[in-house]
Design a protein around this ligand. Structure first.
Ligand code: DQA
Length: 146
């Protein structure tokens, strides 16, 4: 089983970016925890971060033929990107949306997600655990379907 893990804009700054909101872990540390869990589950993960909407969309397109599912933190594009939502709908791979912070208890504009309607589900507010719970969720979902 292969899962594409996508991180959206500004997540490359984790560790120094608003640590009171997003925690102290760097993206490298998050990716390494994801890889450790993936190894335990026997899943192959490919992680990718971009600040560019087009690059994220290109990776989603490529995943159509190379991956079984997508774990995505679309970051700010969650709230703005019809293009990322359309790409996810186009490839129709099982997708889980994750957020480090709880997007529902922050500013009003963050409560809307363009991605949620094309995802199996959304996990929000648990820091690193959002990614780890999300990986388990997509793994279990795909395994049921195999
Ligand atoms: C985020 C929440 C978004 O609202 C924000 O734009 C981010 C990170 C999170 O993981 O909590 O960049 O997706």
């Amino acid at each position: 089983m292969k899962i594409l893990v996508l991180h959206g804009p500004n997540l490359n700054l984790l560790g120094s970016r608003e640590p009171e909101v997003y925690g102290a872990l760097t993206l490298g540390e998050i990716n390494s925890a994801i890889s450790t869990l993936a190894h335990e589950l026997g899943v192959e993960v490919m992680t990718f971060q971009s600040n560019s909407e087009g690059e994220l969309i290109d990776r989603i397109h490529s995943a159509a033929v190379t991956c079984d599912g997508i774990l995505i933190n679309p970051a700010a594009y969650t709230h703005t990107s019809v293009a990322i939502r359309d790409a996810l709908a186009a490839v129709a791979l099982p997708t889980v949306e994750v957020h480090l912070s709880n997007i529902h208890r922050r500013e009003e504009f963050r409560t809307r997600s363009f991605v949620a309607p094309v995802a199996i589900g959304q996990i929000s507010g648990f820091g690193l655990d959002s990614y780890l719970l999300g990986l388990r969720a997509i793994f279990n979902h795909i395994k049921k379907g195999l």
